[in-house]
Structure formats: structure tokens, C-alpha cells
Design a protein around this ligand. Structure first.
Ligand code: FAD
Length: 415
């Protein structure tokens, strides 16, 4: 008999325990939200695979990925974030309450933050798994350029990332070999990058080649390429092979629940919001210009902060705005046309005393409550009765009209 899943409720559930997810946790936890972070393998995510992180601010001597991520986790725990080591199997974002399901549990949450990152695409060639990450196969030139100063390195791929990262590596390496599957002169990158790369004396192109196998002892020593036309083997002696043949975002389980773009990434706005209210995405799982710990942290901070505002707005909306009959004036305090109406609102409030409530919602600070009310023009005045919006005045309204809408017969308004 199938075991019944245990149900737990949270304010925020974070899917993925890398740099972005843990930062979101630190912000949400510190805002006293009941926060759960679910990580399926190693807390710390991709950053834990790198021995040296030299470009994360605050560590002038550098640090290891594991050490840095352990600090992130300690800080999140300090603010009460609960960690669960399990795989999220499915989600349901269709209702106001979001559902996140694991093998044993069902988690219900007001907010979900997706921070599931991604994984670099690999070649699948022989022995590749023996040399991944710190053993010679790298996916990050920014991270591993300095340690290859004066050495010969190999790049796999000819897209924009491969060529731009290759150009960057020429500042450090002695020689940058580039394995390209296409015929001489044919590359997948843009024409400007191509012209610059072909003119760079430190770059040497190995046309019509693919990786056949990786060789070495504890660390990579050699990559054996194969000419796809002649089948001839082309060995390249190198301690580091950079693979830039794409990145696979971990978004498979979200595909039917939130917008996923053609490349598999989750599109977000500047507040890290997806198009589904209450669902945010951060870090490498979003399509972004620079995938690094420093940028993942920025995303996480924004989402953690936004989650707190979103939850506060739900509470104001449900417990204040909808809980009593009244009117809600939606305005933008930075617009003069809106400010002019504030005197009318004062007058309405005078007449409303004790009979109905008057609430002012300034969209300059946040559009959350206005969006919830489906009000997109300011100024607007919404009439609430029995927990529902029954009328919306856009642009113009008079005290008399509002009293009428509220059913106040003996209104003594001047206009
Ligand atoms: C080899 C290497 C070296 C790097 N070196 C540097 C460097 O020196 N400096 C730097 O700034 N950046 C570096 N980076 C980049 C940096 O690691 C990433 O940008 C950063 O880790 C992104 O963090 P993230 O939280 O978005 O995702 P990730 O770190 O990828 O974390 C995502 C987490 O989500 C988990 N997850 C996925 N799906 C699920 C699921 N269904 N249920 C539960 N958990 C799930 C994964 O297991 C993973 O732990 C390096 C990257 C690599 C690959």
C-alpha cells in the first residue's frame, strides 16, 4: 500500500541549494518567513566543484567553493532556514498556494523560489567522467584562466561562448587550441568574434575535429581528437580542456508550470518574478549575461526580498482590503494628477467615518496590491463590498458617486 505523503506548510520553499537559493534563504529567513530549502545532492551547488574561487568579493586571498558555500549555509541556518536533502519531483503552481512534491512530502507554500541551476553539456567521449571539474575538464574560463598562465589549453566548441572565452584565455595561456567540428573557416560564433579569433596569433584551430578520448593519471594530460573526415587521431597535450558546447538548465520539472524559453531557461523580470504570481527564479536557471556566484547572490537577494513584500501584500489585501466594505484609492504619489485627488479622498473619508473604510494604495512603492485588484490605471478608486470589488472608478469620481456606490443615502458631500 502506498504510504501517504506528509503535508507541511511554509511561507517560502526554495528549490535548489546553490549560491542563489541559499542567498534567497538568508533574506527570507531574516525577514522571519518560514522557509524551507530543498537540495537534491550537495548543498552549495556547482560552486562546490571548484577548488579556487578568486573572484568572489570579500576574499582577497581566495577561497574554496566548498568553504564559501558552507558559510552561506551556516548563515541561512542562523536565520532559521530549514534544509531538506531530497529531490523535488513535481510542482503545481496553478493555485494561490503553491505545491512542491518530493518522494515523501507535499509542501504547500505562499512563495516558491526556483534556484535549480543547470549543468554544462559534456562531449560524452571516453574517460570524460574521470577528469571533470578540478581534474582538467573545465566549463568556466573566468574561473580557471589564471591557473593556466603560460600553459597550452584546449577549447571544445566554436559558438560565441567558446570563442569569447578562448579570446579571454589568450591573455593567460601560452597557446589556445580550438577544436571545431566544421570545415576550415566555418564557426558557430558571430562574425566579429570569428574575425578577431582567426587573427589572434595565440589561437590555433583544429578543423574537422571532435574529442575521441581523454587521457591522464590523477589529472588530465592529453586530449585525443579525431578528424571526422580522415579518422586520423590528433593528440593535444594539455592540463586543461575547456568545454563550451552548451549548458542544460535544470528546468524539466517546471516545463508545464511556468514559462520556459527555447533554450530551457526561465525568463524573469528585474524582480526575479516569473509570469506566475508568487513564483520566482534565480541564478543559473535564468538566462543571464554572466553565470557566477556574485550574480547568483544578487538574484537570490532580490527574490528573498521580493518574496517578503509579496507575502506582506497578500496579507494586507486579504486581511485589510477585502475584510471590510469600503473604497481603495489606487494612486502614484509621484504623479501630480494623482496627488490632486488626495483632498477628495480626505473628504470621502470624513463622510465614511465608521460606515466604510478608506484605504490608500501607493503604486509608486509597489504595484503588487494594484495588480492583485487588476487595477492598472492610476488614479483609480475601487469599491469593495462583501469581500469583492464591485466597481472601479477610473480617473474621475466624486464624493457623492462614491457614497452612492457604498449605498449611503443621506450623504452630505458638497459634490
Ligand atoms: C567548474 C566550475 C567552476 C566555477 N568557478 C566559479 C568561480 O570561480 N567563481 C564564480 O563566481 N563562479 C564560478 N562558477 C559558476 C558558479 O558556480 C555558478 O554560477 C553558481 O554556482 C550558480 O549558482 P546557482 O545557485 O544558480 O546554481 P547551482 O550552483 O547550479 O545550484 C543549483 C542546485 O539546485 C539543485 N537542484 C537542481 N534540481 C533540483 C531538484 N529537482 N530538487 C532539488 N534540488 C535541485 C542542484 O543539485 C544544485 O545543487 C563555476 C562553475 C563551474 C561549473
Amino acid at each position: 500500500m502506498a504510504r501517504e505523503k506528509k503535508i507541511e506548510e511554509y511561507d517560502v520553499v526554495i528549490i535548489g541549494g546553490g549560491a542563489s537559493g541559499m542567498t534567497a534563504g538568508i533574506y527570507a529567513g531574516r525577514a522571519r518567513l518560514k522557509t524551507l530549502l530543498i537540495e537534491k545532492s550537495l548543498v552549495g551547488g556547482l560552486a562546490t566543484y571548484t577548488n579556487e574561487i578568486e573572484n568572489y568579493p570579500g576574499f582577497p586571498e581566495g577561497t574554496t567553493g566548498l568553504e564559501l558555500m558552507n558559510r552561506f549555509q551556516a548563515q541561512a541556518k542562523k536565520f532559521g532556514v530549514k534544509f531538506k536533502g531530497t529531490d523535488v519531483k513535481s510542482v503545481d503552481f496553478s493555485g494561490e498556494t503553491k505545491i512542491v512534491e518530493t518522494f515523501r512530502n507535499i509542501y504547500k507554500s505562499k512563495v516558491v523560489i526556483i534556484s535549480s541551476g543547470g549543468r554544462p553539456r559534456t562531449t560524452g567521449a571516453e574517460n570524460e567522467e574521470n577528469f571533470l571539474f578540478d581534474k582538467g575538464i573545465s566549463f568556466c574560463a573566468t574561473c580557471d584562466a589564471a591557473s593556466n598562465t603560460g600553459k597550452d589549453v584546449l577549447i571544445i566548441g566554436s559558438g560565441d561562448a567558446a570563442i569569447e572565452e578562448g579570446m579571454f584565455l589568450t591573455k593567460f595561456a601560452n597557446k589556445v587550441y580550438v577544436s571545431v567540428i566544421h570545415d576550415n573557416g566555418k564557426m558557430d560564433c558571430n562574425e566579429i568574434a570569428k574575425a578577431e579569433a582567426l587573427a589572434n596569433p595565440k589561437m590555433e584551430f583544429l578543423w574537422n575535429t571532435m574529442v575521441k578520448r581523454f587521457e591522464g593519471g590523477d589529472h588530465l594530460e592529453r586530449v585525443v581528437l579525431e578528424n571526422v573526415k580522415t579518422r586520423e587521431e590528433v593528440p593535444v597535450e594539455t592540463p586543461t580542456c575547456f568545454e563550451f558546447i552548451g549548458y542544460i538548465p535544470n528546468t524539466e520539472i517546471f516545463e508545464d508550470h511556468v514559462e520556459v524559453n527555447a533554450k530551457g531557461y526561465l525568463p524573469v523580470n528585474e524582480n526575479m518574478e516569473t509570469k506566475v504570481e508568487g513564483v520566482y527564479a534565480v541564478g543559473d536557471v535564468t538566462e543571464k549575461f554572466l553565470k557566477q556566484v556574485a550574480t547568483a547572490v544578487g538574484d537570490g537577494a532580490i527574490a528573498g526580498y521580493a518574496a517578503e513584500k509579496y507575502i506582506a501584500e497578500i496579507e494586507v489585501y486579504q486581511n485589510q482590503i477585502l475584510s471590510k466594505d469600503g473604497v481603495v484609492f489606487v494612486y502614484d504619489a509621484s504623479e501630480e494628477a494623482c496627488r490632486e485627488h488626495l483632498c477628495d479622498i480626505d473628504e470621502i473619508e470624513k463622510h465614511a467615518k465608521g460606515v466604510f473604510q478608506v484605504t490608500r494604495v501607493d503604486v509608486y512603492k509597489s504595484k503588487g496590491i494594484a495588480n492583485r485588484m487588476h487595477i492598472h490605471r492610476v488614479p483609480s478608486l475601487a469599491v469593495i463590498k462583501n469581500g469583492e470589488i464591485v466597481k472601479v472608478f477610473e480617473d474621475s469620481f466624486t464624493c457623492k458617486k462614491v457614497c452612492e456606490a457604498m449605498g449611503i443615502a443621506d450623504c452630505s458631500c458638497a459634490h
